[in-house]
Design a protein around this ligand. Structure first.
Ligand code: GLU
Length: 442
């Protein structure tokens, strides 16, 4: 069993690719198979080494690894050999029409209410005509001659699927400059590298029809199973493909999303169970390709953030120590972790605990805050100090609930909401508490 994740290094990995990467990886790890990372970099103009590097980095960040790695740009000789084979079979034919000519033909067919499918005029070109054009400096590009009928397969997610080949134009597999298109290189690689299952997005369904036909022509006689992951839509139900840059792994990482939150969320898209934040290795057992729904899956960043929060709330100090400012102690972490959306916010609470924050002035609470100062216990402080102090203060002022706590919170933290003051107060310490209560009283 062998699967592959095959991104094109023409941009950063977004949630759509990441879901495919994770599904392939989980499937391989579940079945004891191999996972190949293949860079589909035959588009030499748009492929960039920095994207290739970023893809590897982002996949590692997400907790994925690979057993094998290859670049399509290293395999040109293999594609040339396969193309020669198709030419010999008469399934790959040279074309000379320009993009303008093709557009003109498509327009004509549309006007006649016919589907704008390529008319295969190039098949009627004689060797002499081709030789003459080449002598004049023209170079042909090459189309694959699709067979008639249907390409059908039993999709592991979508069920029985078929693509009517006569409704499609013969695809270009080789450009005039001799470079190959993904449709073709992917087939050659999938066959030659021993791929047994292709798991990818639903946007590739038509490709699968075409690629099955190419596989048949290459006659390598190995059956590859396909699984297409349903389209991702945003919270409003619109296809996510429109705004893929805003959902790149880079951006999530910058925004402080934890890989476990993203992985847990992606693994649960279309699955019959609620997401749990976990790294891919811990998701293997509970995940099933066949259990995925056939309908579009909703990707809602708010749900992912909720998962991020849940994950942080359960993390031990040891798991985050390296990523917190060095002054952060275990007591600090336990006090604030329940209030974080992202780990980066811990820094803001550290400022609240030991920085020079300026609490808002509350002149209308001046008497109350002075009373609070007057009964502020002496140090040492511990987890009981807050309740001892506020019980005393409640007795003196007759206040309770929000009227009692809120002015104290605002004075001590400068914030209206936040971690439990029982845990925060001993971290703030008496000296700062006195300064802040005094300043807030005005
Ligand atoms: N390079 C293709 C893409 O990024 C791969 C699709 C596939 O998995 O075959 O869309």
């Amino acid at each position: 069993m062998k699967v592959r994740f095959a991104p094109s290094p023409t941009g950063y990995i977004h949630v759509g690719n990441a879901r495919a990467a994770l599904a392939n990886w989980l499937f391989a790890r579940q079945k004891g198979g191999q996972f190949l990372l293949r860079l589909d970099d035959t588009d030499t103009e748009r492929s960039k080494p920095e994207y290739a590097r970023a893809i590897e980095e982002d996949l590692r960040w997400l907790g994925l690894d690979w057993d094998e790695f290859l670049r399509q740009s290293d395999r040109t000789a293999r594609y040339e050999a396969a193309a020669e084979k198709l030419k010999a079979l008469g399934r790959l034919y040279p074309c000379l029409e320009s993009e303008e000519e093709l557009e003109f033909k498509r327009e004509q067919r549309r006007r006649q209410n016919k589907p704008p499918v390529y008319d295969r005029a190039a098949l009627r070109m004689t060797p002499e005509q081709l030789a003459k054009a080449e002598a004049n400096g023209k170079r042909p590009y090459w189309r694959f001659k699709l067979s008639g009928g249907e390409a059908a397969w039993r999709d592991m997610v979508l069920g029985d699927r078929r693509v009517k080949l006569p409704a499609l134009s013969d695809p270009v597999l080789v450009r005039a400059d001799g470079t190959f298109l993904y449709t073709f290189t992917s087939v050659v690689d999938d066959l030659e590298t021993g791929i047994t299952h292709v798991i990818r997005g639903e946007d590739h369904v038509t490709n699968t029809g075409i690629q099955l036909d190419i596989m048949g022509a290459l006659g390598m006689g190995r059956e590859i199973r396909f699984a297409h992951l349903p389209l991702l839509v945003d919270a409003e139900g619109a296809p996510l493909s429109k705004r893929l840059n805003s959902v790149s792994l880079r951006q999530f990482r910058r925004d402080g999303i934890e890989p476990a939150a993203l992985a847990g969320y992606l693994a649960a898209l279309g699955a019959p169970r609620d997401p749990v934040p976990a790294m891919p290795a811990d998701l293997v057992a509970g995940w099933s390709l066949e259990g995925l729904s056939r309908s579009a899956a909703r990707f809602d960043p708010r749900q992912m953030l909720a998962l991020n929060r849940k994950y942080l709330h359960g993390l031990d100090f040891a798991a985050v120590r390296d990523r917190l400012p060095p002054e952060a102690t275990e007591a600090f972490w336990l006090a604030v972790r329940g209030n974080l959306d992202t780990l980066g916010e811990a820094k803001d609470w550290l400022d609240v605990v030991e920085g020079d924050i300026l609490p808002s002035e509350q002149p209308e609470e001046a008497d109350f805050l002075r009373a609070a100062l007057a009964c502020l216990p002496e140090e040492p402080w511990n987890g009981d100090t807050w309740s001892r102090w506020t019980a005393e203060l409640a007795g003196r002022t007759g206040r309770k609930g929000r009227l009692l706590f809120w002015p104290l919170r605002r004075a001590l933290t400068g914030e209206e909401h936040g971690p439990d003051l029982k845990a925060l107060l001993p971290l703030i310490g008496r000296e700062r508490a006195v300064q802040r209560l005094t300043a807030s009283a005005g």
